[in-house]
Ligand binder design. Structure first.
Ligand code: Q0Z
Length: 283
């Protein structure tokens, strides 16, 4: 985590740390580490450069959505030099307590739910879909943010309304679908499929903004990125998310106790994949 002079550590997730400063009460410093997590474990060793790569990608995506208010602070000059390449200074928002997941393709927890119920988060889908299939149209499949250590819970839209109110729920769904569709178009033109992604939003009451795009956006930690050429050829191909690490762990670990240290080869291939995704998207 590493102490930062002048900043107070306030909270840590698995791979990122939040800091505050008494003289900046309206702002929060989000620092992305090089840590990587999979199957609910933080793995050893870290992926060199991961925090900087994912921070660059988030910043690039924010800039792609000029019509969507985001949480970046107007003046980021207080960011300490030692974390400048992997930190964002953001407005302190009142976070909406749901994860705004959008799926353009059916996989992961969405696939599991569909397989057992024929629906995802209350949205009925055509019969006969297979893992990885493209959906007829992108769907909003919110999840309730469980406390750290617990699993987020897929919820239907009515439950989202109970949690955030009807007006906010409708606005979150519209914003999430709009950003996903814009991002998917941008990525597809560069040969990348965004299978699904998770957004988080908050409100800036002082600024009168109810729906502000927050957290990290469209990174390999919040999204599944697939190679379009391979997908179109009917193959799974490389994914630029954590799937390679999950596959490696599944082959080297029975899931009991502490996961094994990642091999130098999987660390390097994961680092290279993150770098390649940024190159593909932003070059
Ligand atoms: C983000 C998280 C992280 C651990 C809260 N703009 C904001 N205002 C207030 N709170 C947040 C944000 Cl983005 C906020 N998280 C997620 C980030 C470390 C957890 F860097 N939690």
């Amino acid at each position: 985590m590493g102490a930062l002079a002048d900043w107070t550590h306030s909270y840590s997730g698995k791979v990122r740390d939040l800091y505050t400063r008494d003289d900046l009460p309206g702002e929060v410093l989000m620092v992305a580490s090089d840590r990587i997590s999979a199957f609910d474990h933080v793995l050893e060793p870290a992926i060199p450069g991961k925090g900087a790569l994912l921070t660059r990608l988030s910043r690039w995506w924010f800039a792609q959505f000029p019509d969507m208010p985001n949480h970046l602070a107007a003046d980021e000059s207080p960011i300490p030099d030692e974390v400048a390449d992997r930190a964002m200074l953001v407005r302190r928002l009142t976070m909406h307590p749901i994860e705004c997941v959008v799926r353009g393709y059916l996989t992961g927890s969405g696939w599991k739910e569909y397989r057992s119920t024929g629906a995802v988060c209350g949205i009925s889908l055509p019969t006969g879909l297979r893992d990885g299939d493209r959906l007829p149209e992108p769907i909003f499949t919110p999840a309730w943010k469980a406390p750290m250590g617990e699993h987020d819970e897929n919820i239907d839209f009515d439950r989202a309304v109970e949690l955030v109110g009807a007006d906010v729920a409708v606005a979150l769904r519209a914003a999430s679908l709009r950003i996903y569709m814009q991002a998917a178009d941008i990525a597809e033109a560069r040969g990348v499929i965004i299978a699904d992604t998770k957004f988080e939003f908050g409100a800036d009451e002082a600024a009168g903004e109810d729906i502000v795009l927050a957290d990290e956006v469209l990174t390999s930690d919040s999204s599944r990125f697939w190679d379009k050429a391979a997908y179109d050829a009917g193959r799974r191909g490389v994914s630029w998310d954590k799937q390679g690490v999950r596959d490696w762990l599944s082959a080297h670990w029975d899931g009991e106790g502490t996961p094994p240290a990642l091999s130098p080869e999987i660390v390097e291939s994961t680092r290279a994949r993150y770098a390649e995704l940024i190159e593909r998207l932003t070059a």
